[in-house]
Structures are given as C-alpha cells and as structure tokens.
Ligand binder design. Structure first.
Ligand code: SUG
Length: 416
C-alpha cells in the first residue's frame, strides 16, 4: 500500500451560471445576473488540474451532475409564476466544488483501517441539496474497492453537512495516523451557519475515528457574517501546518490548544488582521488555497490570481516566502469563473488519501486524458449563459449533450 493524497477536482459543468443562489456567499450575491462563461470556466479548472498533475504526480476528477435536474423541477411545481431563483436551482453546476462532495477519513485514521466517505447532505441551500444522490452514486463507482473504501449514508437532514470544506487533517505525513478537525458554525447572525456541530460528531463516530485524535471547533461567527460560509474560506491545513486567519475561530487560542493537545507537532501560520483583514481574505480567497506537499517534501500554497492583485495579500505572501516558515512557494492560478460564485482552488477539489491503485482509473487524470477532456469542453460546453436562459429547451439540449459527450469520451456512460 502506498498512500498518497489525490485531489479530485470537479469538472465545471456545462450549465455553470450566476443566479445568485447562495445567501452568505458574497461573491455569488454580487455576481447575480451576470453572464457566465461555462467553457472558459471548465478550461480554467482543467488548467489547474494540469498544473497540479505536473507538480504533484497525481490528479483525479469528478464529473458534472445531470442538469437540468428534471426530478427537482417536478418537485418545485414550476409553472412560470415562480421566483426565478427556484427556476435556476435545478440548473446549478455547484457540484464543481467537490470540497463539498463528502467528508473523507483516510485509512490510517479509522478503526477498521479503511478509508471512509460520507457524502455531504448540503441541506442549507436548495440548489446544493440536490447534489448528494448523484454524488454518492459517483463516489461508489470511483471508490468501489470494498477492501479499501467504506461508503456511508448522508447525515440526517436536520443537521447541515457541507463536507470536507469544514474538515481539516493534521498528520506527520499523509500516510500516518492523523488528527481530524471538524469545524462547525452556530446560527447567530443574518447568514446561515451551514455546518452543524452534530454533523461532524456523527461522522467522526461512524467513520470510527479515535476520540483522542478528533477535535471539534466552532467557527468565528464574525467570519460567517463577513462571508466565510465555509471554514475553508479562512483556514487550510496540510500535514503539520495550519494556515489560518487570526479571526477564523470563535476561540482562536482555545482552538490551537485543542488541536495541539491531540497533535503536539502542530505548526500554526497565523495571518494577523493587521496584515490582511477578514474582508480582504474573503475577497481574495487567500485561505481557499491548496496547501500541498510537493515530491521534494516542501509545501506550496496554490492561491487564486486575485491574491496577486491585492497589495495587502501579495505583500503578506512575499514576506511569508522570505521567512523561514514551512510554506515556501505561493502559486497563483486563474479560476476566475469559479471565484465569481465563491469557489476558489480549494473548493474545487476533494482530497482523498489512498493508494492510487485502489481507485477506478477512469477518475484519474493523465496528460492524454486532459487533452481529451479539453477537446470535449472546447467543442461542447456553451460559451455563455445568461441567467434568463435557464429553463429554455434549447439550452437544456446543449447542456445534456455536452455532459453525455464527456461521459462517453471517459468511458463513464454508466453514470447516466
Ligand atoms: O455553496 N457557490 C458555492 C461555493 C462553494 C464553495 N466551496 C467551498 N468553500 N468549499 C456555495 O455557496 C453559487 C450559487 C449560485 O450559483 O448562485 C454557489 O453555490
């Protein structure tokens, strides 16, 4: 068994649009009604995957879900008199943010020595709550090896669960036993707290985690109010390192103490508000970065281009690289189409620590497969969608044909 971390990015679906559906997600609200560019969005995502494949040696992907979702359309009793937000929900391409697909506990952390996955119920938002049925089916195909993977049912819908976006793992190396950190929110202000405390506690029990190596932390309500609708907008962890904003948690010092008592080797890289305000961190998505261990053992932070354009954020990054800290490189990537809906580089990927040989190879990227995917995206993905187009038969035909072409090219037609 050679355990390694594989990032499974969501391929941006052909119905990618800006309907402004996510309350508390500032980017989604501020781009409401704008035209979107699904082809450019998907190609940006593919470029990020190509870069990471070259840098890290492994890269996986998950597929867009079937849209428009005819079953949800039926349940919403759409007749043209409804709020346009209801009409848009069955068209959402939000499954591209696979950090919200599931919570994953790698084999070294669990009692039975298998990797456990629980699909996220995403109940807080209508357009996201439709994802889990299809996501769960896909995960069961991608990780079908029963000797290595265990699939759980979703957390009961009374407890909102948004998956890996609120879950961090500290470890000496990815293949070592880790400490899993579950971050939850409490509803205190005008924006919803999307991750319920009980969701994390329930997942930790069902995944068979050791209570001594499991930590539960409350997100700072002020961060939620500032637009950090998931913890991964204000912190990210990799191996020994927690890279976080000073205002990420309700009790910042208490959070560090709790993690450190379970994981004494913890190294915190804390960004003070004096260097980067919470608002600037959320606008640029500095923390919605992929903190990765490169083959030579050094750590790189893959950030959105927006970070380079911010004097405060880029200044901080320069100082961080010049210091003797654990993060030696900061690499900007262009995922602007996703960013405009509140999804940065980290939202676009689900981390799974496993042996690549145990994954269905159809979900693993190679250079040649990236070329195939790029060809399909360039040929079939719509160039532009205006939110007013959502609901039209001709757009539905285009979107359905585009996804079918991708599935056929990847020999994944069985996903349907
Ligand atoms: O759930 N945006 C997503 C962004 C998810 C980002 N994921 C992580 N932070 N891990 C969300 O708010 C856009 C809504 C729209 O299409 O209008 C949206 O769903």
């Amino acid at each position: 068994m050679s355990l390694t971390e594989i990032n499974f990015d969501g391929i941006v679906g052909p119905s990618h649009n800006y309907a402004g559906l996510s309350l508390g997600n500032i980017a989604s609200a501020s781009h409401k009604g704008d035209p979107s560019y699904p082809r450019a969005a998907a190609l940006q995502g593919l470029e990020k995957m190509r870069g990471n494949l070259a840098r890290l040696g492994h890269q996986g992907f998950l597929l867009p879900l079937p849209r428009p979702n005819r079953s949800l359309e039926g349940r919403l009793a759409l007749d043209g008199s409804e709020d346009p937000a209801l009409r848009a929900a069955p068209w959402s391409a939000s499954s591209m943010w696979t950090a919200n697909a599931a919570t994953v506990s790698p084999a070294p952390d669990t009692k039975d020595g298998k990797c456990h996955l629980t699909p996220a119920n995403l109940v807080t938002m209508l357009h996201r709550g439709q994802e889990w049925i299809d996501t769960a089916r896909m995960l069961r195909i991608a990780f079908s090896d029963k000797d290595h993977f265990v699939h759980h049912v979703i957390v009961p819908e009374s407890f909102g669960d948004e998956g890996a976006a609120n879950h961090m793992r500290l470890c000496e190396g990815h293949g070592h036993a880790g400490v899993e950190v579950f971050v939850y929110g409490k509803p205190r202000g005008k924006f919803p707290a999307r991750q319920h405390e009980q969701a994390g506690r329930l997942i930790a029990r069902s995944h068979g985690l050791d209570p001594a190596r499991t930590v539960f932390i409350e997100q700072n309500p002020a961060a939620i109010e500032a637009g950090a609708f998931h913890n991964d907008v204000v912190s990210v962890a990799n191996e020994r390192v927690l890279f976080t904003h000073e205002e990420a948690f309700a009790d910042q010092q208490g959070a560090y103490d709790a993690i450190r008592s379970a994981f004494p080797a913890l190294e915190v890289v804390e960004v003070p508000r004096g260097s980067v305000s919470l608002e600037e961190a959320i606008r640029t998505y500095l923390f919605n970065a992929q903190l990765v261990t490169q083959p030579d053992g050094s750590m790189a932070l893959i950030v959105p281009e927006e970070c380079r354009e911010s004097v405060a954020v880029w200044g901080y990054c320069q100082r961080m690289m010049a210091s003797n800290g654990p993060i030696r490189e900061v690499i900007p990537v262009d995922v602007r189409q996703s960013m405009a809906n509140g999804g940065g580089p980290a939202c676009l990927r689900l981390r799974v620590v496993c042996d690549p040989a145990t994954v269905d190879p159809r979900f693993l990227l190679s250079e040649a497969k990236a070329d195939t995917i790029g060809g399909i995206l360039s040929h079939y993905w719509p160039e532009q969608i205006d939110p007013a187009d959502l609901g039209s038969d001709s757009l539905a035909n285009t979107v359905i044909a585009a996804r079918s072409a991708l599935l056929a090219a990847l020999d994944l037609g069985e996903i349907g």
